[in-house]
Ligand binder design. Structure first.
Ligand SMILES: O=c1ccn([C@H]2C[C@H](O)[C@@H](COP(=O)(O)OP(=O)(O)OP(=O)(O)O)O2)c(=O)[nH]1
Length: 144
């Protein structure tokens, strides 16, 4: 079990909870009401800042129902929250683009997150040839 220090920016959203036995992703809630017109972009505050465990980052993605319910897509497709994003004002946001006029109410569950261990440190070794067979290009699997 890992403990995460969390700061809430409003008492109008429910506290984050881990729903036992369903999924290990944790839903995040809009921290303010938002009216977004079709074609508009908005950073929607999620009302929380956290100190992630050392060596971990968080990944934020939309819920499967987010587009159906609110007509928004997450413009970065997957948000990455770095461990260093842990100051008192480092509030989490969802960057959202509306495909229709929409209303999001404070406390609506609009996205979800999980934490992941950081990858090992990488270095790059430049080569003229990788000395492997080509795989055949994107979309070539199963084709003659
Ligand atoms: O969906 C997201 C993505 C990022 N963040 C926060 C946490 C993250 O640590 C910080 C910076 O994100 P990122 O590194 O992806 O953005 P950048 O455009 O490279 O900005 P920076 O120069 O701050 O690194 O913004 C969010 O709240 N939501």
């Amino acid at each position: 079990m890992k403990t995460i220090k969390i700061k809430y920016f409003t008492d109008k959203i429910e506290k984050l909870t881990y729903i036992e036995g369903k999924s290990d992703w944790i839903d995040l809630r809009a921290a303010e009401d938002a009216d977004i017109k079709a074609g508009e972009f908005k950073l929607i505050p999620l009302g929380v800042a956290m100190e992630l465990p050392k060596g971990y980052e968080a990944h934020i993605v939309p819920r499967s129902s987010t587009f159906k319910n609110f007509g928004i897509i997450q413009t970065n497709h997957q948000g990455v929250v770095d461990c260093s994003y842990c100051g008192d004002n480092d509030q989490w946001f969802m960057p959202a683009y509306a495909l229709r006029d929409t209303h999001i109410s404070i406390n609506d569950r609009i996205c979800q997150f999980r934490i992941m261990e950081n990858q090992p440190r990488l270095c790059f070794e430049e080569k003229e040839s990788l000395e492997n067979e080509d795989r055949g290009g994107i979309g070539s699997t199963g084709k003659q």
